[in-house]
Design a protein. Structure first.
Length: 105
């Protein structure tokens, strides 16, 4: 972790071990992304910039702000939204899947 990050976990601009894969998701203001559990399988998820709202099947919303570290598997979600005025960035880091794992992610 860099000192300018204030001690919070951050993966932006950093390499991860070859045993892991890192995926970055950028959300423009007002942009939404349908929830697909397979995208988040086995991943530690960090809100790197902005805010992301998780929309549940029951219509409730949970706001995750910069610095939030979450697990998005097994949740009853509909979508992820950026309701803020600026861009939002989310990074997911997961174990790299081997072809023989039988996972079609």
């Amino acid at each position: 972790m860099d000192d300018d990050e204030g001690g919070r976990l951050s993966f932006v601009g950093k390499r991860v071990s070859p045993a892991f894969e890192k995926r970055e998701f950028s959300f423009s203001p007002g942009e939404s992304r349908p929830y697909d559990e397979a995208e988040w399988r086995d991943a530690l998820v960090v809100v790197e910039r902005g805010e992301i709202h998780l929309e549940g099947l029951n219509g409730e919303h949970l706001c995750l702000r910069r610095g939030a570290v979450v697990w998005l598997c097994g949740l009853s979600l509909v979508a992820l939204h950026n309701r803020g005025q600026g861009a939002a960035v989310v990074v997911a880091v997961a174990r790299r899947r081997r072809p023989d794992d039988g996972d079609n992610r």
